[in-house]
Design a protein around this ligand. Structure first.
Ligand SMILES: [Ca+2]
Length: 381
């Protein structure tokens, strides 16, 4: 493991950087309903104060100032665009799917997904995906926490959801939840270890994995392990999936107390959790991440790619990370919206070339303003 925080430390806000150091380990004993390794990473006194959002600071070069697409939402989580340019946005804690106009404005409730456990900690209504042949089949996909498990359903808006995949263990923490269709037409699914780290190395468990399914929920014969939905293993909690122009899959994941990761995902590979957190191959058994961050700098949820840059929403880090992609390597990550909008969860590449990103200040770990949660739009990210 290599610490990469030197450059990042330069722009850390003074007050909040002080307490961050001891917090990585200390957080595990801090009384909290969730484990230390949850979405927030270290919950320190500094994390809890809203001061970071208003402190004046020299900003890193910022490509554009965001506009507000929508506001007063409740923990927006999944964002998926319809062919016309409007977006569907899931709310984790209400089970609602909102339709947000292309140019912004007041969202309409498209439907409420039945059976969503809305008091499920980090679970609830999570990722969304729109069918690649939506114009013909009108199908929408959702990943949610039920009273029993995490599951994937598909439906026409306003219709009755059909379960296409179930039995992903659920817990108060580490529910994963991201859905994304790949250029191969398969449905990719980021899951979490549900707080049981042994799941991640267990090929029979769908937890702590990236799964690959046919749109019907069946298992593709081209998957790496015969009869298994597992595409890659050894993950802790994957809430972000993004495909680049060449079809490569990039996925951030939450670290425990020390290192978050961005991984370049390859068929059948093992990403090391829980044997390795951050860099390291375990003697060649595991794939080392392309980017690592201190958990207090990031705690990365969603991911999106616009042009040749990967954008990652940082919850505890309260910023948007911009990671230049150069083939299979990465440039130095830059900070955008640093401390300006609180916790950021889900970047999404809009059809018009802009980037949307959701705040997550009403998830119980933020300091919401009257307008939260918001969807922001960066015109030229
Ligand atoms: Ca790893």
């Amino acid at each position: 493991m290599v610490r990469r925080s030197t450059a990042l430390a330069l722009t850390l806000l003074g007050a909040s950087s002080v307490a961050a150091c001891g917090s990585d380990g200390a957080a595990s004993s801090a009384a909290a309903p969730q484990a230390p390794n949850a979405e927030t990473a270290p919950r320190t006194a500094a994390e809890a104060t809203p001061a970071a959002t208003s402190a004046p600071t020299a900003k890193a070069a910022q490509s554009s100032t965001p506009s507000t697409i929508a506001k007063k939402l409740q923990v927006p989580w999944g964002v998926a665009f319809l062919p016309g340019g409007d977006a569907l946005v899931s709310e984790r804690t209400t089970g609602r799917i909102l339709r947000v106009p292309e140019g912004g404005g007041t969202p309409k409730v498209a439907m409420r997904v039945p059976g969503v456990k809305t008091d499920a900690g980090e679970g609830g209504l999570l990722g969304l995906a729109v069918s690649k042949s939506y114009a013909k089949d009108k199908l929408v996909y959702a990943y949610f926490t039920s009273s029993r498990d995490n599951r994937i359903v598909r439906f026409k808006l306003g219709g009755t959801p059909k379960v296409i995949f179930s039995g992903i263990e659920s817990a108060q923490i580490h529910n994963g939840g991201r859905l994304a269709f790949g250029p191969d037409g398969k449905l990719y699914v980021g899951t979490g270890d549900a707080g049981d780290m042994s799941n991640a190395q267990n090929r029979r468990s769908p937890n702590g994995k990236i799964l690959r399914l046919n749109p019907s929920g069946s298992i593709p014969s081209s998957n790496p392990f015969r009869g298994s939905p597992v595409w890659s293993l050894g993950h802790r909690n994957v809430q972000g999936l993004a495909f680049d122009k060449s079809g490569r899959l990039w996925a951030p994941e939450f670290g425990q107390n020390t290192f978050d990761e961005v991984n370049l995902i390859a068929k059948g590979k093992n990403y090391g959790w829980p044997e390795v957190e951050g860099r390291g191959t375990g003697g060649g058994r595991f794939v080392s991440p392309k980017v690592v961050w201190r958990t207090s700098d990031s705690s990365p949820s969603g991911a999106a790619i616009v042009g040749s840059n990967l954008f990652v929403g940082a919850l505890a880090g309260r910023r948007l990370w911009k990671v230049p992609l150069k083939g299979t390597s990465v440039g130095k990550p830059q900070k955008l919206l640093d401390g300006d909008y609180g916790r950021l969860r889900s970047p999404a590449a809009a059809p018009d070339g802009s980037l949307w990103v959701t705040t997550s200040n009403r998830d119980g770990r933020g300091s919401p303003t009257g307008d939260d949660d918001r969807i922001l739009r960066l015109a030229g990210p």
